[in-house]
Design a protein. Structure first.
Lengths: 123, 140
């Protein structure tokens, strides 16, 4: 199932709706990289609230997405990691490393706003 | 979830031949875990373990199957997951369950990760019969 990607001002919001296959995750990666360029987006939010499992592959793909998007000049924030999922990830030894996370969509948007303000202030 | 007969003693077998089957297999495990009264956190661990085991099958062997069944020890309920393939087998089992070791460019968290989140972990592998991983997770 394809993940819908919503454009909101200078951000892209990808809301994962249900359990994703590896293929879905990889197409999300491709779609986001392309859309960041097309819409000249400055930030990307990937909402994983609906995901019941984040295994090693899914985590790695999310991390790759964030790194690739950064190379395209935008910031990514992962939002909505559920408590049980967070628990399982830690026990499995999975981390998202330096990829920023936020509690929910609202916090994710606030994070990006702040980040971009900083970037603007510095220039 | 709609009310249904709790068939907790049933055995579920999911053929794993493509990455799409990974999701099917782990959902099956989650459903059984929930029926057995596992907490959401424990059910997620079961589903995550199945996800990793199923991915190993697809990645290294091409196809195999995942069997999920309930078990009991007195009043304690548990789930046994058997992941079986007829692939090339694992050359060095000790290395394969070591954290950070991977032949596929992955994180090397698959088998060692699974071993950490279950209560019992057994692996049998050889060139002729492929690989069978059997794990047990008990309900708290």
């Amino acid at each position: 199932m394809a993940v819908p990607i919503l454009k909101q001002a200078q951000y892209l919001i990808a809301t994962i709706q249900s359990a994703l296959t590896d293929e879905d995750l990889l197409s999300l990666q491709t779609a986001l990289v392309e859309k960041v360029g097309k819409f000249r987006s400055r930030g990307v939010i990937v909402d994983v609230t609906a995901l019941d499992v984040l295994d090693s592959f899914a985590s790695r793909t999310l991390r790759d997405i964030a790194y690739i998007i950064r190379l395209r000049g935008a910031e990514t924030v992962i939002v909505g990691v559920q408590p049980e999922v967070a628990f399982a990830m830690v026990q499995l030894g999975i981390t998202l490393e330096k990829v920023p996370t936020a509690l929910d969509l609202e916090e994710g948007l606030a994070y990006l706003d702040k980040k971009l303000q900083h970037a603007r202030a510095e220039t | 979830m709609p009310e249904q007969k709790l068939d907790v003693d049933a055995e579920y077998r999911v053929a794993v031949a493509s990455i799409n089957d990974i999701v099917t297999a782990r959902l099956q495990g989650r459903v059984l875990a929930e029926r057995l009264g596992f907490s959401p956190g424990e059910a997620t661990l079961v589903a995550t373990a199945i996800s990793e085991l199923a991915r190993n099958i697809v990645q290294y062997a091409g196809n195999g199957d995942i069997e999920v069944r309930s078990t009991a020890n007195g009043s304690r309920r548990g789930i046994i997951v058997v992941a079986r393939d007829r692939g090339p087998g694992i050359a060095d089992l000790k290395l394969a369950v070591r954290s950070g070791y991977s032949t596929s460019g992955g994180l090397g968290l698959g088998l060692p990760g699974v071993r950490r989140i279950v209560d019992d972990f057994q692996i049998v592998s050889n060139r002729h019969d492929g690989t069978t991983v059997t794990v047990t997770k008990w309900r708290n």
